[in-house]
Design a protein around this ligand. Structure first.
Ligand code: PLP
Length: 490
C-alpha cells in the first residue's frame, strides 16, 4: 500500500467507523454466533500472493464485526465499561502512525515527556497528593498495560524494598495480603512471584470492605509465625460489588507496620476522584496519607480507549531500584546525568506503546469539566436504575449501590424461599437474560449469594436504555419465576 492508497483506505475506514457508530444501537450487544464461526470461515494459511486491500476491508465488515461483543453499546451493562471516544481512537491512530518502543527518553523524547505531563494532569484532576507527581522529582506516574501489570510491578518493588531494608529475610516467608473481594490480580501476582497470598475475610455487614481489625489480627498472627507480610492490595471499588476497603482503619493499623506497602487498586472506581463530591467515599484523603501506590484504569470508565492503566508511586526509586537493568547499549548521556525519566525501569517490558497521546487528546477535548460531567451522568443513570429496583416489590438491592454499579437479585414478594432456592431462581433469571442479545449484564457471587450486576458506563447510554434493560429484567424474571414454580411443584 502506498501513501495515496493509504489515504483512500483511511478515508473509507473512517467512513465505515462512523456508519458503524450510527448503527450501533440497532445491533445486538452480544453477537449471535456459535463457537468456531470465524475459524471455519477463514483459510488455514495466509495467502501466497498479496490481496487487494478493498477485499480485506470488506471482509472485516463481513466476518469480524458480526463476531464482536459491543462493549460500547448503550445497552452494555456487564463487567465494567471499556472506554471509547473518538479522541481516544485518533490518539491511537496517530500513535500507531509513528510506532516506536519509547523505552527511554532519547528513543523518542515526546513520548516520555508527554507521559510525564499527562500523568501529572491526571493526578491533579483526581486530587492525588503532590508526592505522586512526576514534577515532585521523587514520586511519579507511569502508564502500564493493565491493573494486573500494575499490581505485579508494585509487588516486585515492594519485595525488593523489603529485602533491601531487611537483609537476610527468608524469601519463602514473604506474604501478599488481599481480601476475598480483591481482583484476581493479587493472587496472580503471588503465582508469578512464587509467594504466599493470604486472603483476608470480609463480611456482608461491612459491605464487603476490609476492616482494620481483620488486618491487624492477620498481621499479628503471621508475624508471630515468622512470616513477612510485605504488601497489602486494598481496593476502592471491587469488581464484584464496588466495595471500598476501610483505608482509614487500614492506615491506622499500618502505622505500627511501616514496612507493609499499601497499594490501592482503584481500577474501575478511581476516576470518580475527579469529582470533588466523591472524594470522601472514594477515600482520597486516606489514599494520599497511607498509600505507597495507587492505580486506576482510564480505559475502563475514564474515556480513554484500551489500554491505559495509570499507576502512581510515592517513591519512583522503589521501582527503579527493583527494575533497573542497564546494559551498555541502553545507556544515554541524559540518563547518566539523571536528567530524564527512563520509563523502561518503571515496568516489566522494555518497549512500550505511546499511550499518553490518547490521554492528552481526551483530557484536552473534554476538559476536567467534561470528564466530571460524564462520570456524574453514569452515576445518575445508575441511581435511576437502583431506584427502579428498590421500588419493585419483587427485587432487592444486595449491597448499597456503588457509584455506577448496582448489585441486585430477584426476591419475589410473598414467597418464603430458602437461600438455596433464591440462588437457583436468580441463576435461572440470569441464564434467561444471557439469552437476550439486546442487553448484557453479569452475575456475581457474594459470600455465597448469587446476584446480578448492573454497571453503567458506556458513553452512549441514556435513560431509555436503562429503562429498557429494567423492562427486560422484569419480563425475564416473570418467566423465570413461572418456570421455577412449575419445576418445584413437580
Ligand atoms: C477491572 C479491574 C481489574 C483488572 O484490570 P486489568 O487492567 O484488566 O488488569 C482489577 N481490579 C479492579 C478493582 C477492577 O475493577
Amino acid at each position: 500500500m502506498d501513501i495515496e492508497e493509504f489515504r483512500k483506505a483511511g478515508y473509507q475506514a473512517i467512513d465505515r467507523i462512523c456508519d458503524f457508530y450510527y448503527s450501533l444501537e440497532k445491533r445486538p450487544v452480544v453477537p449471535p454466533v456459535q463457537p468456531g464461526y470465524l475459524l471455519n470461515a477463514l483459510p488455514d494459511s495466509p495467502p501466497e500472493k498479496g490481496e487487494d486491500f478493498g477485499i480485506i476491508a470488506d471482509d472485516y465488515q463481513k466476518l469480524i464485526l458480526p463476531g464482536l461483543t459491543h462493549w460500547q453499546h448503550p445497552s452494555f451493562f456487564a463487567y465494567f465499561p471499556t472506554a471509547c471516544t473518538f479522541e481516544g481512537m485518533l490518539g491511537d491512530l496517530y500513535s500507531s502512525s509513528t510506532p516506536n518502543p519509547g523505552f527511554n527518553w532519547s528513543s523518542s523524547p515526546a513520548c516520555t515527556e508527554l507521559e510525564m505531563v499527562t500523568m501529572d494532569w491526571s493526578a491533579r484532576m483526581l486530587g492525588l497528593a503532590d508526592h505522586f507527581l512526576n514534577s515532585s522529582g521523587t514520586g511519579g506516574g507511569v502508564i502500564q498495560t493493565t491493573s494486573s501489570d500494575s499490581a505485579l510491578v508494585v509487588a516486585v518493588a515492594a519485595r525488593s524494598l523489603y529485602q533491601r531494608t531487611r537483609p537476610g529475610t527468608n524469601l519463602e516467608k514473604l506474604v501478599i495480603y488481599v481480601t476475598s473481594q480483591t481482583h484476581s490480580l493479587g493472587v496472580k501476582a503471588s503465582l508469578v512471584l512464587g509467594l504466599e497470598c493470604r486472603i483476608l475475610d470480609v463480611r456482608a455487614e461491612d459491605e464487603y470492605a476490609l476492616r482494620g481489625e481483620t488486618l491487624k489480627a492477620a498481621l499479628e498472627e503471621d508475624i508471630g509465625k515468622g512470616k513477612h507480610p510485605f504488601v497489602l492490595i486494598a481496593t476502592v471499588g471491587t469488581t464484584s460489588s464496588g466495595a471500598i476497603d476501610r483505608l482509614d482503619e487500614i492506615g491506622e493499623v499500618a502505622k505500627d507496620y511501616p514496612s507493609l506497602w499499601i497499594h490501592v487498586d482503584a481500577a474501575w472506581a478511581g476516576v470518580t476522584l475527579a469529582c470533588p463530591e466523591y472524594r470522601k467515599v472514594a477515600r482520597l484523603e486516606e489514599i494520599n496519607k497511607y498509600a505507597a501506590s495507587i492505580g486506576t484504569n482510564f480505559h475502563k470508565w475514564g474515556l480513554v480507549n484500551f489500554d491505559a492503566a495509570l499507576l502512581w508511586v510515592k517513591s519512583r526509586e522503589d521501582l527503579t531500584d527493583a527494575l533497573d537493568v542497564t546494559p551498555e547499549f541502553l545507556r544515554t548521556k541524559q540518563s547518566d546525568a539523571g536528567a530524564v525519566i527512563d520509563y523502561r525501569n518503571w515496568h516489566l517490558g522494555l518497549g512500550r506503546r505511546f499511550r499518553s497521546l490518547k490521554i492528552w487528546f481526551v483530557l484536552r477535548s473534554y476538559g476536567v469539566e467534561g470528564f466530571q460531567k460524564y462520570i456524574r451522568k453514569c452515576i445518575e443513570l445508575n441511581r435511576h436504575f437502583a431506584a427502579l429496583v428498590e421500588a419493585s416489590p419483587d427485587f432487592s438491592i444486595v449491597t448499597p449501590p456503588s457509584f455506577a454499579l448496582t448489585v441486585f437479585r430477584l426476591i419475589p414478594r410473598g414467597a418464603e424461599l430458602s437461600e438455596e432456592s433464591l440462588n437457583d431462581l436468580n441463576r435461572s433469571l440470569y441464564a434467561r437474560l444471557g439469552a437476550r442479545h439486546e442487553v448484557l449484564l453479569t452475575q456475581t457471587l457474594l459470600n455465597g449469594t448469587f446476584c446480578v450486576r448492573f454497571a453503567v458506563g458506556a458513553e452512549r447510554t441514556r435513560k431509555e436504555h436503562v429503562e429498557h434493560a429494567w423492562q427486560l429484567i422484569q419480563e425475564e424474571a416473570g418467566v423465570a419465576l413461572k418456570d421455577w414454580t412449575a419445576r418445584v411443584a413437580k
